[in-house]
Ligand binder design. Structure first.
Ligand SMILES: [Mg+2]
Length: 157
């Protein structure tokens, strides 16, 4: 089984710190509006991408955020259900988040053949490579410019 680990801020949506949004949220399509009128938008094609990827990968999350604040945003957008053992935690140690997710999947009996990590920033990559040496990294908006292109890239891996 191939595992796809996604970042959130700046990768799935345009907001740089989703933990700053204040509930209650209003959802309008791909836009979440918080109590103060601040907006967060899913990037174009994210929903279609998740649907496509869910048939080919186990999808999870490694995000430096506060789960109690950000899970409701994912739920409001009705995409929370795509993710297995998502990690949304208040520290930048994504290597540890990913390692624990992979462990949980292995305990469940998954044989992991490949791990692909998608993030708009590469700052966590060196640490991640230490715990998952064969991880394949795709930098969103640098290596690919859209979710359609990400899909094609993953098909070619
Ligand atoms: Mg990010």
């Amino acid at each position: 089984m191939r595992v796809l680990i996604l970042d959130l801020d700046g990768t799935l949506w345009d907001h740089e710190d989703a933990s700053r949004l204040v509930p209650p949220f209003t959802v309008n399509g791909n836009c979440v509006i918080d109590d103060y009128g601040e907006e967060l938008h899913l990037f174009p094609g994210v929903r279609e991408f998740l649907e496509w990827a869910s048939e080919r990968f186990v999808i999870s999350i490694a995000s430096w955020n506060v789960e109690d604040l950000v899970r409701p945003i994912l739920e409001a957008l009705e995409i929370w259900g795509y993710f297995r053992h998502p990690k949304i935690e208040g520290h930048p140690n994504k290597a540890d988040m990913i390692r624990r997710t992979l462990e949980q999947l292995e305990i469940e009996g998954y044989e992991i053949s490949e791990v692909i990590y998608v993030d708009d920033r590469e700052i966590h990559l060196r640490d991640i490579r230490r715990s998952v040496p064969n991880v394949k990294f795709i930098q969103m908006w640098v290596d690919v410019k859209s979710f359609e292109e990400l899909k094609r890239k993953l098909e070619g891996l």
